[in-house]
Design a protein around this ligand. Structure first.
Ligand code: AMP
Ligand code: MG
Length: 317
């Protein structure tokens, strides 16, 4: 297992590794993904082992083009077709009814399957050279902040995966919006770069998921600790109060930084906050910083997804 991980800029070389049953990290516009051939259960199993991912947390299937959706899903409703026409390729995952032939390892035993088509030229070239659709969660150790550049992938997964396809930093920096279209009305399961307002312009009756931990969550991964650096995350801002970091704390947000912060990251807007956040968390860990104060952004546009990730990163178990 402790093989060296090779880093390549060639989508063709990366696809060769994947096609022969290895797992490969690749860039997308949201975060880096860790992919396996969906028709190869041994390869899919390697993803769970490499990440330390619980087996009941399903993987999102990545497609080279929207037409591939019918290879993995069945009974695709009109709502999903409309959303695909508008947002594929892009940072949107649709949950659909799974085709019986698709391994239940990919979907963690669910009868539904999450599909996405990344809007990223390198990802597209890679996926187009893969023989089948590619199951891929984020390319980080389970629980850690998602990887938004290839160095973060190497930091977490060196020696655990065969290959990293090197690209630019992920331009969005947060995971996709997930919409469950397997039932009527469709429902947002996870906030992401595409806001509810944008979704509603195409399908007006999409519901917004209830918060809280359900007994049998529709989106099982949501019950686990997620997105967390080793440093403690403390939320601050209007509804959360002043930033209280103690000695040598770090701070990220939109306002002028507080006095006494050892490391700060002031962002122009929520888009830049999303782009920088996970990388900032990792930088703070490398420096041994104990507390990161995070200013809550306003709940508009990608701000809603940021708030969701920050709240979950701040949970301590
Ligand atoms: P990750 O790619 O690591 O951000 O994780 C993928 C997430 O997508 C999972 O944790 C689930 O929350 C969600 N997901 C994937 N497939 C399904 C599905 N069939 N039904 C509901 N949620 C899903
Ligand atoms: Mg993840």
């Amino acid at each position: 297992m402790a093989r060296r991980t090779i880093v390549t800029e060639s989508p063709a070389e990366a696809a060769e590794y994947l096609n022969k049953g290895d797992i490969v990290a690749f860039p997308t516009e949201t975060v880096y993904g860790l992919g396996a051939d969906i028709t190869n259960e041994t390869a899919v199993g390697k993803i769970f082992r490499a990440k330390g991912r619980p087996g009941d947390n399903p993987l999102i299937v990545h497609l080279a083009s929207p037409e591939q959706v019918d290879e993995v899903a069945t009974d695709v409703p009109d709502s999903a077709r409309l959303l695909m026409a508008r947002f594929f390729p892009g940072p949107l995952t649709l949950v659909l009814r799974k085709r019986p032939g698709v391994s239940s390892l990919v979907t963690a035993g669910l009868s539904t399957i999450g599909v996405r088509c990344p809007n990223h030229p390198v990802a597209h070239e890679f996926l187009a050279r893969c023989l089948h659709p590619v199951a891929a969660p984020s390319a980080n150790l389970s629980g850690r902040p998602s990887s938004t550049d290839w160095k973060a992938v190497l930091e977490d997964l060196d020696g655990r995966i065969a290959c990293i396809l090197k690209g630019e930093k992920s331009s969005i920096g947060l995971e996709s919006t997930i919409v469950d279209c397997s039932e009527e009305p469709p429902r947002i399961l996870r906030a992401g770069a595409i806001s509810p307002e944008e979704l509603h312009t195409i399908v007006p009756n999409i519901a917004i998921a209830r918060g809280g931990k359900q007994e049998r969550p529709k989106s099982p991964g949501l019950k686990y600790r997620h997105y967390s650096p080793s440093a403690e995350i403390r939320l601050c801002g209007e509804e959360y109060g002043a930033c209280e970091g103690g000695k040598g704390f770090a701070w990220i947000g939109l306002s002028p930084p507080p006095e006494g912060a050892a490391r700060t990251c002031r962002c122009r807007d929520s888009e830049e906050y999303a782009y920088r956040m996970f990388r900032f968390f990792r930088e703070c860990d490398r420096e041994g910083i104990g507390v990161i104060c995070c200013e809550m952004p306003p709940p508009e546009g990608i701000g809603q997804a940021l708030r969701d990730r920050l709240q979950r990163a701040a949970e301590r178990k």
